[in-house]
Write a protein that binds this ligand. Structure first.
Ligand code: HGY
Ligand code: MN
Ligand code: MN
Ligand code: MN
Length: 418
């Protein structure tokens, strides 16, 4: 009788190199992979191909999240879930997202190769639109799955080209009417562990290749639309202008000033990283400016207070310039404290290989944060020597990437042990 051979274990560094051409952005630098665009579809196709080559069964749920399952004979009960996302911010780095998915597939393949028999199924997830770069709402796939969003509102979300979420889903062969809380899938999961590249520089000074997450700052996004009067840059006297760019500039300044005022106790931070100027001509006073405020702080009320302070400054600046401001909250994510018993268990599983693993907070949002309200969730971070993320310069050494896979393998082995 011939034995069925497990496929060779997947090497995470090689897999990331394979993904490098997908969505490489020649204009911004880095990578742009947004929900169901060509790059995202190529990433998704890679996920299916790679998972199937390892013998996993792949399905896409109603919210466009992908799942690859390893459920050999003997695996029973609720599944252990791991993974991350394959989409990116505009011009992002190579690891924010893909590292967690690639490492999860690599860890599963390692367990297969060593002949591990999991007591429970292991599911590897690729969550849709984690960055919210196309439709404005971060962790869109996991939030929909968890029933955190108004599905009518989601169907109407539009991208820059005016395509709605419903249209984009339909075009890609998904049924937009089927989105929303997925009770069966959610109740089938025992817990979720997400590996992610570190964002910020806490592990490097500690000399640690991996860390465990403690918490995520409360955070949200607000769109401010400032309307003024478009006019000629040369012919319009200064005292008769209603220039929304002046208001926008005041908002950018207020974001920094108000966050500084509230720091360091509240760990407040506020950023304007995206702006749309209409009509956007160098010799035209703008008629309208839309700008996006990203605000974060330790606790939910700190974020609310920060946003109110920035908005008060925005309204004052608008009045002074004879402009108007409209505000829309695009998303809000409450503060997350990760599951302590699960994190303790992971620390114990990592101890033999890694010693005492540092525990660090993060200011970045994650699908693990969304899921933590519904099931035990925890995170593993892989050292990022410069701490840079949401930038093409994000990185981790090959050695640390492989250490991350070792760590996730140890965790999954423990969680699915006899
Ligand atoms: O914006 C964020 O925190 C994220 O990386 N989704
Ligand atoms: Mn990110
Ligand atoms: Mn991420
Ligand atoms: Mn002219």
């Amino acid at each position: 009788m011939t034995e069925v051979q497990a496929p060779a274990a997947l090497d995470a560094v090689a897999a990331l190199a394979e993904l490098a051409p997908v969505g490489a952005d020649p204009v911004r630098g880095g990578w742009s992979r947004h929900l169901l665009d060509d790059a995202d579809r190529d990433m998704r196709a890679w996920f299916v191909r790679t998972a199937e080559s390892l013998g996993l069964s792949v399905e896409t749920d109603a919210n466009a999240n992908q799942w690859a399952t390893w459920a050999p004979e003997g695996a029973a009960g609720r599944a252990i879930a791991t993974g991350s996302h394959l989409d990116s911010v505009p011009g992002g780095g190579p690891l924010d997202g893909p590292l967690g998915v690639v490492s999860a597939l690599a860890a599963v393949s390692r367990l297969m190769a060593e002949g591990h028999v999991p007591s429970r199924p292991i599911r590897v997830a690729n969550f849709a639109e984690e960055e919210g770069a196309r439709f404005g709402v971060p962790c869109l796939g996991s939030q929909l799955l968890a029933g955190e969003l108004d599905t009518d509102r989601v169907r109407r979300l539009t991208d820059v080209a005016g395509t709605t979420y419903a249209e984009a889903m339909t075009a890609a062969g998904h049924d937009p009417q089927a989105i929303g809380r997925d009770e069966d899938r959610l109740s089938d999961l025992a817990l979720y562990v997400e590996l992610h590249v570190e964002q910020g520089r806490q592990l490097e000074p500690l000399g640690a290749p991996v860390g465990l997450a403690t918490s995520i700052l409360a955070h949200g996004r607000w769109r401010l639309t400032v309307a003024g009067r478009g006019d000629h840059a040369g012919a319009t006297e200064l005292d008769s202008r209603h220039d929304p760019m002046l208001v926008a500039a005041a908002v950018v300044q207020a974001a920094r000033a108000r966050a500084l005022e509230a720091s360091p106790e509240t760990r407040s931070r506020a950023t304007v990283g995206k702006m749309r100027i209409v009509p956007g001509g160098s010799n035209a006073i703008a008629s309208e400016v839309a700008l996006w405020l990203d605000a974060r702080a330790e606790h939910d009320p700190d974020v609310r207070a920060l946003v109110e302070a920035v908005l008060a400054d925005a309204r004052e600046a608008a009045t002074a310039e004879g402009c108007t401001v409209e505000v829309a909250e695009e998303s809000f994510s409450t503060r997350v404290g990760f599951d302590v018993p699960l994190t303790d268990r992971m620390a114990a599983a990592l101890e033999p290989g890694f010693g005492e693993v540092p525990r660090i907070p993060t200011g970045a949002g994650h699908d693990a944060g969304i899921l933590s309200a519904h099931l035990p969730a925890a995170m593993l971070f892989v050292r990022n020597p410069d701490g840079v993320s949401h930038s093409p310069h994000e990185g981790a050494s090959d050695e640390d990437i492989r250490a991350g896979v070792d760590a996730l393998t140890a965790v999954l082995r423990d969680l699915t042990g006899p």
